[in-house]
Design a protein around this ligand. Structure first.
Ligand code: ATP
Length: 306
């Protein structure tokens, strides 16, 4: 199994009566793109801020790159880059000068890092433009350049695609995948645009009201989110018997309400319906499903009764 870069254990963050994080365990492994999912107020930003060292947890601890002793964790934070709040910048100063200012302020050696970060996020051509004049998508990429200045192994990004138009979303997605695949940067990002997250994340963590409901890899999720066809009959057992003889090897379940669920169907949906007709069984209804990340999220929330 790949080495863990973040092991958050039993993390709690209490704001008076409110537990913004409630005994959260999260593991991010090297090479992962970890998608943190949750509704507004679920605790995503709070978790990322605790990891970035911007706020202290009330309880629990974090092991970062294998160390949990506070001094080493603090030192290891130089190996991460974070974009957790909107990137601050001087609107009247150019993109390049802004980055140079933050490089010096953070004590990151090497002037060339500014050019390298700007080239990585495709903003080198815009280096002379004043930051205040950048489009929303460019501002997000500028924020990413800031996070990349210290050449991190790990990136923490809070809602990096929030507020972007479709073009901006595609650009950001391509960029994050490139950083992950070519520069081998591990990423943890939050989002509530699930369809988007589904395209890049390799692991998901579902947070709700400060509680981590589930952590699941994209592979496991894919297996759980299999396609299925639901057929409703008055005589489900008779249909099941026919199914076993006529299309042997079909994986199916008979649900409590008499629905026959065909899992990962190997045939077109109509074939299952016509099989019933051919044997004189009336079909009351038929639906084909593919469970998306969004459907799964709805189920996880129901399980958490939240
Ligand atoms: P969003 O998607 O809206 O950004 P989130 O999942 O990032 O939501 P958080 O910002 O982490 O959620 O907030 C979690 C909870 O903690 C919310 O109820 C929020 O109001 C509360 N909270 C966050 N920061 C503070 C603070 N400084 N003082 C008091 N409560 C806070």
């Amino acid at each position: 199994m790949k080495e863990a870069v973040i092991e958050a254990r039993d993390i709690t963050k209490q704001y008076q009566e409110l537990a913004a994080l409630d005994h959260v365990d999260i593991t991010v492994r090297r090479g992962d793109i970890y998608g943190l999912i949750g509704d507004n107020g679920a605790g995503k930003s709070t978790f990322l801020k605790v990891m970035a060292g911007q706020i202290f947890p009330t309880g629990g601890y974090v092991r970062l790159f294998g160390s949990e002793d506070e001094k080493t964790v603090q030192k290891n934070r130089s190996r991460m880059g974070a974009l957790v709040e909107n990137a601050g910048f001087f609107p009247k100063m150019s993109v390049e000068k802004n980055l140079e200012y933050f490089r010096i302020q953070r004590g990151i050696p090497g002037k060339a890092k500014v050019e390298s970060a700007l080239r990585t996020v495709n903003l080198w051509e815009k280096r002379k433009v004043k930051c205040g004049k950048l489009s929303m998508g460019m501002k997000q990429r500028f924020g990413l350049a800031l996070a990349l200045l210290g050449e991190p192994e790990l990136l923490l990004l809070d809602e990096p695609i929030n507020g972007l138009d479709p073009g901006g979303i595609i650009e950001m997605r391509t960029l994050l995948m490139k950083l992950n695949q070519e520069k081998r940067i591990t990423i943890i990002l939050s989002s509530h645009i699930l369809a988007e997250l589904e395209q890049i994340a390799t692991v998901y963590g579902f947070l709700s009201h400060g509680v981590l409901l589930e952590e699941i890899s994209a592979k496991e999720l894919h297996e759980k989110c299999s396609d299925f066809i639901d057929l409703r009959f008055s005589e489900p057992d008779k249909y099941a018997a026919i199914l076993e003889t006529e299309i042997p090897g079909t994986a199916y379940q008979v649900l409590q309400d008499g629905t026959v669920r065909i899992i990962n169907p190997g045939q077109e949906p109509d074939r299952y319906g016509s099989l019933a007709f051919a044997h004189g069984i009336g079909v009351k209804g038929m639906d084909a499903h593919h469970m998306s990340l969004e459907d799964y999220y709805v189920e996880v929330r129901k399980r958490g009764k939240l």
